[in-house]
Design a protein around this ligand. Structure first.
Ligand SMILES: NC(=O)c1ccc[n+]([C@@H]2O[C@H](COP(=O)([O-])OP(=O)(O)OC[C@H]3O[C@@H](n4cnc5c(N)ncnc54)[C@H](O)[C@@H]3O)[C@@H](O)[C@H]2O)c1
Length: 345
């Protein structure tokens, strides 16, 4: 953790649902100064600046990037808008933390990597499940050999229909594979420590289309890895809104010697029942403990800030972002064609 004496300036571009997490993390980091935040929505960004004590706010990201008291920025715009902002940030000499997925084409990922390399700045993609205590536990059990050789993995990461119909204004321009499949595929690559060679995915478009949102309802995907491992990934955007929390997240890793089951559906951790009804607090991803932001969604952003302050490489590389997008592109191609797709490298 950096000290106040080596404090760095941070900015956030995109202060919507998840941008708020970046804003709150930097505002509470002892080595970071939240210099400026930016969103196209003036009312939103002004409110966030007031709530979290940001030094200033703007609706023009070029204005933020022009400041020489900002060393690093988070890019938390919708997934298909990452490229332009991230390249401008790198060219302005800022270290960049990109929300997942890195981008929605491999060419966009490569262009951002090239821009960061040319400018000599750090580029990290926020795959925050690598900071999820249960996922970390499984990874450690694989590394220690307790599970033997990983054989098969099942990842279920689903959202209620609230997410594509009410939470995200841009769901019709994206898919649940970009939004949730990006986490799932990162866990597959990270837990197997291997690359994906072939995918076969089946999707359907019915329920969301009927609600006027033109994006698939779900994708069921089989993923093969170079070393022989196989994963099954389930991502849907149509679970019932009466679920206790917006997401359901379960994972099973079956190794040659041992098996791990993880239930990360955070509503199980703290349930409160009062005359007003049930409440299921999110105490795993984003919460507050002893007056400080906490949870693994916060910890990955804090890691990026620490790396900028201490001038070290983050635990997630730009290549992790590019390979992730490469697999996600292949999943879309397979669902479209109805055929297995070899992942091209
Ligand atoms: N919502 C979540 O739970 C969640 C969790 C983790 C990661 N993410 C990722 O975070 C990113 C953003 O998702 P979100 O849910 O916060 O979306 P959102 O729609 O709530 O927020 C995106 C914000 O970006 C702003 N924006 C767009 N273009 C801009 C520009 N050129 N300059 C400044 N601001 C601009 C929009 O006005 C909007 O407020 C996505 O990549 C998403 O996958 C979301």
């Amino acid at each position: 953790m950096g000290t106040v004496s080596d404090s760095r300036g941070f900015g956030v571009i995109g202060t919507g649902v998840w941008g708020e997490t970046h804003v709150m993390t930097y505002s509470a980091h002892p080595g970071a100064e939240l210099v400026c935040i930016c969103d196209l929505n003036e009312e939103l960004v002004r409110g966030r600046a007031e709530q979290y004590g940001a030094g200033s706010w703007t609706t023009d990201y070029e204005e933020l990037l022009a400041r020489d008291d900002i060393d690093a920025v988070s890019v938390v715009t919708p997934d298909f808008l990452h490229r332009e902002v991230a390249i401008a940030a790198a060219e302005a000499g800022k270290h960049v933390l990109l929300e997942k997925p890195m981008a929605t084409t491999v060419a966009d990922c490569q262009a951002m990597i090239d821009a960061a390399e040319a400018a000599g700045v750090t580029l990290m993609v926020d795959f925050h499940n690598r900071w999820n205590p249960a996922m970390w536990g499984i990874r450690e059990k694989i590394e220690s050999g307790e599970l033997g050789e990983p054989q098969m993995l099942t990842v279920r990461l689903n959202d209620t229909i609230y997410v594509p119909t009410q939470m995200l204004s841009w769901s019709g321009k994206s898919t649940v594979i970009w939004f949730l499949g990006s986490h799932s595929v990162d866990l597959v690559r990270w837990l197997f420590d291997d690359e994906v060679t072939r995918v076969y995915s089946v999707s359907r478009s019915k329920v969301l289309k009927a609600r006027g949102v033109d994006t698939p309802d779900f994708f069921l995907t089989i993923v093969e890895l170079a070393g022989g491992g196989v994963a099954h990934i389930e991502n849907c955007w149509i679970m019932s809104e009466s679920m206790p929390t917006v997401f359901d997240f379960k994972l099973e890793m079956i190794g040659s010697e041992g098996t791990c089951f993880a239930d990360c559906s955070s509503h199980r951790m703290l349930q409160t029942y009062t005359p007003e009804g049930p409440e299921y607090a999110d105490v795993a991803v984003r919460t507050e403990v002893q007056g400080e932001p906490g949870g693994f969604g916060i910890n990955s952003i804090r890691h990026f800030a620490d790396c900028v302050i201490e001038d070290v490489e983050p635990a997630v590389s730009p290549r992790d972002g590019l390979e992730n997008t490469r697999v996600l592109v292949a999943i879309h191609e397979s669902a479209q064609s109805g055929q297995p797709v070899e992942v091209q490298r």
